[in-house]
Design a protein around this ligand. Sequence first.
Ligand SMILES: Cc1cc2nc3c(=O)[nH]c(=O)nc-3n(C[C@H](O)[C@H](O)[C@H](O)COP(=O)(O)O)c2cc1C
Length: 172
Amino acid sequence: MEFFDVVKERHSVRVYTGQSLEAGKLQQILEAISQAPSAGNLQAYEVYLVCEAKRKTALAQATHGQEFLAQAAAILVFCAHAARSTGKYGKRGSDLYCLQDATIACTFAMLAATALGLSTVWVGAFDEEKARRAIEAPQAHRPVAMLPVGYPGEAPRGRSRRSLNDLLHVEK
Ligand SMILES: Cc1cc2nc3c(=O)[nH]c(=O)nc-3n(C[C@H](O)[C@H](O)[C@H](O)COP(=O)(O)O)c2cc1C
């Protein structure tokens, strides 16, 4: 898919068919993640891939009732790993860059999935501690975004956006 079609076609999907992902597509998404830029190229994030039903349910239970998560073929959990950034960047690394690194990586996964005909929704509303336990991650890995990936079971409508005039501040 052409890049601007990917941007236009991506919509949040909250119903999944449960059809599993082709290994090749999953691999392409994972490779896109690792191409994401990061502060100092330190890649201060970790990604957990969850396909097992029980673990997907445990993640869904961490999300304050967003049960659809368990229906997705896979869930990618993006964790900020501050220690990878603090050596070079100190507090800015731990307060900001590791979060930005993790969320840019999630964005790359999201767009790659769309380009492959798959659907996603960024999930940010969850109990971090419960999510961390579900993926058995150490304290140093802070879950910041979950990305269910799968085939859509609904046709999402495009949401409206603020006008460019409203959000863009052009120099005078
Ligand atoms: C930081 C962030 C957190 C979000 N958290 C959730 C969430 O917990 N659950 C959910 O269903 N959607 C969540 N979303 C998806 C947004 O609701 C969605 O992107 C927005 O309504 C625009 O719709 P679109 O993605 O279809 O363009 C989140 C998106 C972002 C960027």
